[in-house]
Design a protein around this ligand. Structure first.
Ligand SMILES: Cc1cc2nc3c(=O)[nH]c(=O)nc-3n(C[C@H](O)[C@H](O)[C@H](O)COP(=O)(O)O)c2cc1C
Length: 201
């Protein structure tokens, strides 16, 4: 087993008291308790412009891409807007086109944990939308996901979680992503370079 894995969290909303950012931070605590190093990128703090191919590359997008390329796994956490992920979250994912020319490209070999907060019960739809993106980016969606429902009842107005049971579920998701990251690193059975070598033989 590899000595260390780094998990990059990406998520939250443009809102200061973001429940999806709080959820992401708690999940990363679970990942850290399971032995991973963690780094978080808040959508609000990234403040990315809308992606266009003609745009000069913003520092924030470059920092995000570099951190992801150096990492072994990610956790994504979006608010649910109109039955899917927010536009700001999708825009951040669109900026991951910056990983196209890396070797290996995009999110190859990386397990990605998915969670979403929702005022009602549509969170799983956001998770499914993110899973499409993970697959397009050649990542591996971790089977355990967490739609956090009824956010208005379990977060206070400052965006702090008030439900210990949900806190435990978020930490468990983080721990599961760490377990997957160690597994990918440790056995090498999912390794991209190894697969290319096999194809060349
Ligand atoms: C524009 C907008 C659209 C929303 N659409 C939905 C929805 O379709 N289904 C749902 O369950 N909650 C919906 N919500 C509620 C949010 O998912 C919920 O407040 C969530 O906790 C917001 O995440 P945040 O605190 O990170 O901003 C919507 C909220 C906004 C502002």
């Amino acid at each position: 087993m590899s000595e260390s894995v780094t998990i990059v969290g990406l998520g939250g909303s443009m809102r200061a008291a973001s429940t999806s950012l709080t959820s992401l931070e708690i999940a990363l605590e679970g990942a850290a308790a399971a032995g991973a190093k963690t780094q978080v990128f808040s959508i609000r703090e990234l403040d990315l412009p809308m992606y266009t191919p003609e745009h000069s590359i913003p520092d924030a997008a470059q920092r995000l891409a570099d951190a992801i390329a150096e990492s072994q796994a990610m956790i994504w956490s979006s608010p649910t807007y109109q039955g899917s992920i927010s536009g700001a979250m999708k825009n951040a994912i669109d900026w991951l086109i910056l990983l196209a020319q890396r070797e290996p490209p995009y999110l190859t070999n990386k397990p990605i944990g998915l969670m979403a907060t929702a005022g009602g019960t549509h969170g799983l739809q956001s998770i499914n939308a993110m899973e499409f993106c993970v697959r397009a980016l050649r990542g591996w969606a971790v089977p355990l996901v967490l739609p956090v429902a009824h956010s208005g009842q379990i977060f206070d107005p400052e965006g702090r979680l008030t439900d210990d049971k949900v806190g435990g579920q978020l930490r468990a998701l983080g721990a599961e992503v760490a377990r997957a990251a160690f597994q990918f690193q440790g056995t090498g059975t999912c390794d991209y370079a190894e697969r290319l070598q096999l194809q060349a033989q």
